[in-house]
Design a protein around this ligand. Structure first.
Ligand code: T4K
Length: 370
């Protein structure tokens, strides 16, 4: 049987490199609670991401939940349903109501022409998603947020290291959340971060991820526990040494996919925008069954029969989840619905060989009639 190919595989340092990195922990016996590795990684990420402020978390989801809490949002938050469960859950778990805006059909980010119609006197923020690392329309979102006095928190879980006109993507809006999960371009096993513009938010975030503790004798916030531990941070320090090379390897994989699949009738792939330095985090393909001759599900099954496990990110839409049954109008986001039914994210990771990409493309194109 052929080896299995999964949608992704974590980038990892050599085991020797990680062991060398963590050895001092046995002397210091300092395992967590904002230790030396945590602080070192924070500094290194400020440089790498080109941002002013950062706060590390035990995972991306808690980072998002707590930055929403730190902003003291109320009422309604405009967001998109074409995302991972985390984005919507983080809003709901803060006692807020997500109001779903449709996505645009070009890059599946929030449709900026539809935001203003959704704003009411209860709206306090917009939480757009840089889905697959595709960057939202930053200037238009900023214009709308200013006009209606709304906070903006970007879900940048997929956008680690992405730059626009040379500027780190974590510099936009009031804050951005990055995920450092094992499946991401850069990982700390589990992990995440918030980058933010106002240093007051930093103090709030620090407290919220550490039980609301201000000092030994003063607890003045209802905080959680979402600290990144030293083993996670050490993994991050190792992975950060290699991340630029890993992104380049991903780029080669993506270029091969594009070479094989662009221009095929009924297959939509997204190309790099000129002003964007991409991180090549995901490779989504949208199948129009009428033109291509096969449905997304048929292609997904065919790949599965060959031990190739592509994923239907992001199907189902979060506004159709069972846990939200009857709560949202599932027909309010028709473009997102169209894409979610047809999208497949193909395997993509730094060590995926070009032979494997060709094998995947051959299976996809098998039986396709020009
Ligand atoms: N916002 C957005 C837009 C997100 O996409 C995410 C996470 C978040 C927020 C929240 O960030 P975190 O709290 O996760 O930091 C995976 C990831 O677990 C999740 O981080 C990610 N988005 C989501 C898109 O994908 P699953 O449920 O699909 O993971 P799983 O376990 O099925 O893994 C996918 C494939 O990856 C496996 O088939 C094989 C491979 N894999 C996975 C793991 C965990 C490995 O090779 N090694 C591993 O250790 O959610």
């Amino acid at each position: 049987m052929d080896k299995s190919i999964f949608v992704t595989r974590p980038s990892m340092p050599l085991i020797e490199e990680y062991i060398k990195e963590i050895e001092p922990i046995w002397k210091s016996a300092w395992l967590t609670n904002m230790g030396q590795y945590h602080n070192q990684l924070e500094k290194q990420l400020v440089d790498y991401l080109g941002v002013e402020n950062i706060s590390l978390f035990t995972n991306g989801h808690m980072a998002l939940e707590l930055v929403i809490q730190a902003m003291n949002l109320t009422g309604e938050v405009i967001t998109t349903p074409f995302t991972f469960a985390s984005t919507t859950h983080a809003i709901v778990r803060n006692g807020l109501t997500p109001v779903f805006c449709d996505v645009n059909p070009d890059d599946y980010t929030i449709d900026i022409t539809k935001i203003e119609k959704l704003i009411t006197d209860k709206t306090s923020a917009i939480i757009p998603v840089h889905v697959y690392g595709n960057i939202c329309n930053l200037s238009e979102i900023e214009r709308i947020a200013k006009k209606y006095d709304l906070k903006v928190i970007y879900d940048a879980a997929h956008a680690f290291g992405v730059k626009i006109n040379g500027q780190g993507i974590g510099n936009f809006g009031d804050a951005s959340m990055f995920s450092f999960h094992a499946t991401k371009v850069f990982n700390t096993i589990e992990g995440g971060a918030v980058t933010f513009s106002n240093s007051k938010i930093g103090k709030q975030l620090y407290k919220l991820k550490n039980f609301g503790i201000q000092s030994d004798v003063l607890v003045d916030g209802v905080g959680s526990n979402a600290k990144m531990n030293e083993f996670q941070a050490a993994m991050g320090i190792c992975n950060l040494r290699h991340v630029t090379a890993e992104i380049l390897k991903r780029k080669i994989v993506v270029e091969r996919y594009r070479e094989r699949l662009s221009g095929v009738s009924g297959i939509k792939v997204i190309n790099d925008a000129q002003e964007i330095k991409s991180n090549y985090s995901y490779f989504p393909v949208v199948f129009d069954e009428k033109m291509f001759g096969f449905t997304r599900n048929e292609i997904c099954d065919k790949l599965g029969e060959n031990n190739i496990f592509a994923r239907k990110y992001f199907y189902p839409l979060t506004n159709t989840f069972d846990c939200y049954h009857g709560r949202f109008d599932v027909n309010a986001t028709p473009i997102a619905q169209y894409i979610a039914k047809r999208v497949l994210t193909l395997p993509l990771y730094a060590d995926l060989s070009i032979d494997d990409v060709d094998k995947i493309c051959n299976i996809i194109l098998d039986g396709y009639q020009k």
